[in-house]
Design a protein around this ligand. Structure first.
Ligand code: CTP
Length: 404
């Protein structure tokens, strides 16, 4: 499953660095092409010659070394990689990556990476338990870094506890499984909608909702990290997309969102509509600010076009369309009705009854329902993790459809 994959193995200065030699062997034996990036501290534990001989490639250790090659190596390596596996990942490297510090070959290359990044932390149990390290690990996980371990066991410092690097075989099989499940989206195009829409009443007022856009942004990041070319059509939000490869289209109203989606949808393989689109918009927009005159004010509203249903009607054969349903009662029945009526492939059901789920929360709890009658109920998780689950479900669904 790893045949011809381009794997960059990052090695940092922990005693577990000696185990990375077996990891290189495992990838090489499986037919992967391996390039090694080692920090100066890693080279206190393993020699460049060993790394070079095992990987059958030159080892990248010095950001400022002059070689025959004239390309900027940390950038070209980042572009070359299908995946980066950092093993062992010390507290220092984890801290640097979480905080955007780039002061050596490995930390610099990591910031330039758009591919999946796996990390196998290894350190003393007290270091691992330190709030700074825990926060850094959480930050990395939220950004989609795939952590492998650590394990509990005998540590090099002579104590026993959590902090031992996962064995090379386990690290290898986690990466292998990721690619075996074909969880990548290279060459695919994805369209994601996010955030609220603002429907203008007059030049200073609008009808909006509490959607933060977090779920849609997390989905766009996950899809991009898996290799898809992503267009993110978003309503007003303060969020910034991190991955520079995401094409972001900012819109305000439901009509503008529809127009932006219509442009992208015909060539999209995956469409995920997570925006909270207004169902109604004012019939007319007052040209001047409406003055406070009468005791009451009546606004006439007209229905907006349902973007998901429109794209559902125009769905092409291999397209996978995902809708969201936000319900407060008869959740599943309503979600299934939306799945059918809007011709979606999957529906992600949010229930406002679940604490910690829905608008303005960083966490969510969803149930995924598909056209084939399958249903998966998720736990309460960070929205980045929910995004990973949804994207994995989409890929599995598309792969199964292909093999039917
Ligand atoms: N949606 C859309 N265009 C609209 C309204 C909704 O594309 N004008 C999409 C949302 O992005 C979401 C799905 O439809 O993926 C369901 O949205 P939701 O508000 O739960 O359902 P509605 O169809 O609007 O029905 P209701 O508000 O009556 O529950």
């Amino acid at each position: 499953m790893c045949k011809d994959l381009h794997i960059v193995i990052g090695i940092t200065g922990g005693i577990a660095a000696y185990k990375s030699l077996s990891l290189i062997r495992l990838f090489k034996k499986a037919g992967a092409e391996v390039r090694v990036v080692a920090t100066p501290h890693a080279l206190e534990f393993v020699t460049p010659l060993t790394l070079q001989t095992l990987s059958q490639n030159s080892v990248y250790t010095d950001l400022f070394a002059t070689t025959e090659k004239v390309d900027v190596e940390h950038i070209s390596l980042a572009e070359w990689a299908d995946a980066v596996v950092v093993a062992p990942a010390t507290a220092n490297l984890i801290g640097k990556y979480a905080n955007g510090i780039a002061d050596d070959a490995l930390s610099t290359m990591l910031l330039a990476c758009a591919c999946p990044v796996f990390m196998a932390p290894a350190m003393n149990k007290n270091m691992l338990a330190h709030p700074a390290v825990q926060e850094n690990l959480q930050t990395l996980q939220k950004r989609g870094v795939l952590l492998i371990g650590p394990d509990a066991g005998f540590l090099a410092c002579g104590t026993t506890g959590e902090g031992r690097m996962k064995e090379p075989e386990e690290i290898f099989s986690t990466v292998q499984e990721f690619f075996a499940k074909n969880l990548t989206l290279n060459g695919k195009r994805a369209l994601v909608t996010a955030g609220p829409t603002y429907e203008p009443i007059d030049p200073v007022r609008f009808i909006g909702n509490h959607s933060s856009g977090l779920m849609g942004f997390a989905l766009a990041e996950t899809l991009a990290r898996r290799g898809a070319q992503v267009t993110l059509v978003t309503g007003p939000t303060h969020l910034k997309s991190q991955n520079p490869l995401i094409e972001r289209v900012d819109v305000k109203t439901a009509a503008q969102m529809l127009e932006a989606c219509q442009r992208v949808a015909p060539t999209a393989d995956i469409i995920i509509m997570s925006a909270a689109v207004a169902d109604y918009t004012p019939e007319t927009v007052a040209p001047e600010k409406i003055k406070k005159n009468d005791a009451s004010l009546v606004l006439n509203l007209k229905k907006t076009t349902d973007i998901l249903a429109t794209l559902g009607r125009q769905k092409t054969e291999n397209q996978c369309i995902v809708g969201f349903a936000l319900e407060t009662e008869h959740e599943e029945a309503n979600a299934l009705a939306k799945l059918k009526n809007k011709n979606a492939d999957l529906i992600v059901l949010n229930s406002l009854r679940n604490e910690g789920a829905g608008f303005q929360c960083s966490t969510n709890r969803v149930t995924i329902l598909d056209r084939n009658g399958n249903k998966v109920e998720g736990d309460l998780k960070d929205k980045t993790q929910v995004a990973e689950d949804i994207v994995t479900y989409v890929i599995d669904y598309m792969n199964n459809k292909k093999s039917l």
